[in-house]
Design a protein around this ligand. Structure first.
Ligand code: SF4
Ligand code: SF4
Length: 170
């Protein structure tokens, strides 16, 4: 197997280690007492994040997490792969036993990740969850807890939250 490409992720590991606790505390404070205009501020900071972060040099989400596959996702992807939904579920997915009984990847890394170039093999039909990730444009009230979880997993989330912290303390 070719060596995996995750240069960018490696460069973030020391930053995650050094800053995750303080950034999580910052996010907790923010969720209890969000300043006026928070969502607009996040949207204004987001473009600079993508000038710094390159997902094709990372792919940590596809390597370590699983998307949730809605029924619509499953039908679309199964059709793309020329499979029935049942065969698609059997080959690639597992259903949670409790909770919302979500459909998740059966294995990690995601079976659709090409480990040699970090590209998604089903990119044009990928789950909506993947298309929206890491949810930087979403309302903080809805996705602040997701940023809290991903602060030491996703360089883009880390960059956004760090920039937010800097901009609010300026
Ligand atoms: S969304 Fe985050 S974890 Fe996923 S590849 Fe991009 S930077 Fe990495
Ligand atoms: S479906 Fe594609 S984008 Fe989604 S986790 Fe798998 S490889 Fe990544």
């Amino acid at each position: 197997m070719k060596r995996s490409i995750s240069h960018q992720l490696q460069s973030y590991r020391p930053l995650f280690r050094d800053h995750r606790l303080s950034l999580r505390r910052f996010l907790t404070r923010l969720s209890k007492n969000p300043p006026r205009g928070l969502d607009a501020r996040l949207r204004s900071l987001e473009p600079a994040v993508w000038k710094k972060v390159d997902c094709l040099s990372c792919a940590n989400c596809c390597r370590t997490m699983t998307p949730t596959y809605t029924n619509t996702d499953q039908r679309r992807i199964a059709r793309y792969l020329g499979m029935t939904v049942g065969a698609f579920q059997k080959k690639y997915l597992r259903q949670e036993r409790g909770g919302d009984r979500d459909w998740l990847n059966r294995s990690t890394p995601c079976p659709f990740l090409n480990l040699s170039d970090n590209k998604c093999r089903i990119y044009s039909v990928r789950p909506a969850d993947c298309a929206g990730f890491p949810h930087l444009k979403k309302r903080f009230a809805d996705y602040g807890h997701v940023h809290h979880q991903n602060i030491d997993l996703c360089p883009a989330t880390f960059e956004l939250v760090r920039r937010l912290q800097d901009s609010l303390s300026a």
